[in-house]
Design a protein around this ligand. Structure first.
Ligand SMILES: Cc1cc2nc3c(=O)[nH]c(=O)nc-3n(C[C@H](O)[C@H](O)[C@H](O)COP(=O)(O)OP(=O)(O)OC[C@H]3O[C@@H](n4cnc5c(N)ncnc54)[C@H](O)[C@@H]3O)c2cc1C
Length: 448
């Protein structure tokens, strides 16, 4: 007899959402978290009327499982849709340029040179190619040309994934684009065929946060399950067909199945006594450091219309920031009346040392970009800096191969699951959708 069906180690969005799906199925589940609060990276902070997000600030959804989760969990009622500001800006020649999201207007944008546009039109005629270790730089250059990489796609990889396009595995970070090539021989043809056949695609159908910020999602999930704070797990052992888990506060539990929803390096140290090679694969996943600099200003101090979601910065542009979200344009409750909140990202895999910059240097780097791009003419009246020394896992090198190896090793450790943002996507959307699949695997194992 075990004490519990499933123990989940790590109370970030990955662990909490797996617990939620399991609890729906009537499984006895507990989440052990080393910190005093749930949420892991995700935390919303309200101070002086500004509501800032430490990590995830927006859910960009196109997955039906996530929509289903929102309704069934009751979170639908607390959702706050993104304002109807559809402009997305890129820095181009030191200025902000709005990039249309529809295919033809995008191709016709002044962002591209004539040569770049012609190159894009050749995409359907480029033969299928690629290899398992192909990087984003190689994949995008091969299919769409170097301008698309340098002026747009590269900044998506650095600005939203804190990654490096020269090292990121195309199949791991652009799974839908690479799948279109594999299936239809061309990205453009694939998009077109899916459109004609009205197939479900990866087009974002809704973008939202929650009333009170992302913390509402976390707190609501943690309330519905058995969440145990201050339980730092130090040992994982096989006991018969079950798993014994021990934490620093000398609690020990016997579970039929265990899910490690911790960062990869923590999972590596827990599994090392069980399978040294598995631990090596996990420890090989690098984690990028990054900082988020939240600045509040009077609206009147910014000449720019702020009529969009924010901007991304291609690497050849002369700014230290990788991107900026105009939080108060996205969600009206993020700044006091008459003020704006801009959250800007520095660091990541291409500039890891930036996380060690002191406050003054971090703010100066951000202000240089904001003054130049938005015409801001005063100092910020509100500042908060969130530093993530272990920010986001990097899907670098042969990441898909590494994840496949991890899966092979897990076959020899039945009832053990490794699930966090180092596999199948870093976004909150992907974590919730993946959690549904993991819960299915856990249920299937119980029936064996
Ligand atoms: C700056 C930034 C901005 C982002 N913006 C967005 C965004 O806008 N939209 C989006 O969708 N995503 C965004 N993300 C990504 C998203 O926030 C993360 O990928 C996600 O929150 C990670 O969740 P997780 O549960 O996998 O990991 P974590 O949040 O890291 O959770 C792991 C948990 O394990 C716990 N733990 C570790 N060791 C132990 C132990 N020994 N015992 C017990 N517990 C342990 C940790 O304390 C932690 O709570 C952003 C991320 C960052 C860093």
């Amino acid at each position: 007899m075990t004490d519990i069906d499933v123990l989940i180690v790590g109370g970030g969005i990955s662990g909490l959402s797996i617990a939620w799906w399991l609890a729906q199925a009537g499984i006895s589940v507990e989440v052990w978290e080393q910190e005093t609060r749930p949420g892991g990276k995700i935390q919303s902070v309200k101070a002086d009327g500004y509501l800032t997000e430490q990590a995830a600030s927006i859910v960009m959804n196109f997955r039906p499982e996530v929509s289903q989760f929102m309704i069934a969990s009751g979170l639908e009622a607390y959702k706050m849709p993104r304002a109807d500001t559809t402009n997305r800006y890129l820095v181009h020649d030191g200025q902000l340029l709005s990039l249309p999201m529809k295919l033809m207007p995008m191709i016709m944008s002044p962002l591209w040179s004539l040569r770049g546009k012609l190159r894009m039109f050749t995409e359907p005629f480029i033969p299928k190619g690629g290899h398992a270790q192909e990087t984003v730089t190689e994949f995008i250059t091969r299919r769409l040309g170097s301008e698309v990489l340098e002026k747009a796609m590269g900044s998506y990889i650095t600005g939203t994934l804190a990654s490096d396009p020269d090292l990121a595995n195309a199949y791991a970070v652009l799974p839908r684009l690479t799948a279109l090539e594999q299936r239809y021989g061309s990205i453009a043809l694939g998009v077109l065929i899916n459109k004609v056949l009205r197939r479900r695609t990866a087009a974002i159908t809704e973008a939202f946060s929650f009333q009170g910020g992302m913390k509402t999602l976390i707190e609501s999930l943690a309330q519905g399950i058995r969440f145990r704070p201050k339980h730092a797990v130090t040992k994982l052992e096989r006991e018969g067909n079950n798993w014994r888990i021990t934490s620093t506060n000398n609690r020990s539990v016997l579970a039929q199945q265990v899910v490690l929803s911790t960062p990869a390096n923590v999972a590596a140290s827990l599994v090392k006594p069980l399978d040294n090679q598995l631990a090596k694969y996990l420890a090989g996943i690098k984690i990028a450091p990054l900082s988020v600099v939240h600045l509040g200003f009077p609206r009147a101090a910014i000449p720019h219309a702020l009529d969009g979601t924010g901007f991304l910065t291609p690497r050849q542009e002369d700014f230290a920031v990788t991107g900026c979200l105009w939080m108060s344009s996205l969600f009206s409750d993020r700044a006091p009346q008459g003020k704006v909140l801009l959250s800007t990202y520095i660091g990541g895999a291409t500039q890891p040392a930036a996380v060690d910059w002191d406050d003054e240097r971090s703010i100066t780097a951000v202000m240089e970009a904001l003054q130049s791009l938005l015409g801001i003419n005063c100092d910020p009246e509100n500042v908060r800096i969130d530093r993530h020394y272990q920010g986001l896992p990097l899907y670098h090198g042969n990441h898909t191969g590494r994840i496949a190896e991890i899966a092979k090793h897990l076959v020899h450790l039945p009832g053990l699951h490794l699930e966090a943002n180092y596999r199948e996507g870093i976004s909150v959307r992907d974590r919730i959708a993946r959690a549904a699949k993991v819960a299915e695997q856990i249920l299937a194992y119980r029936k064996l």
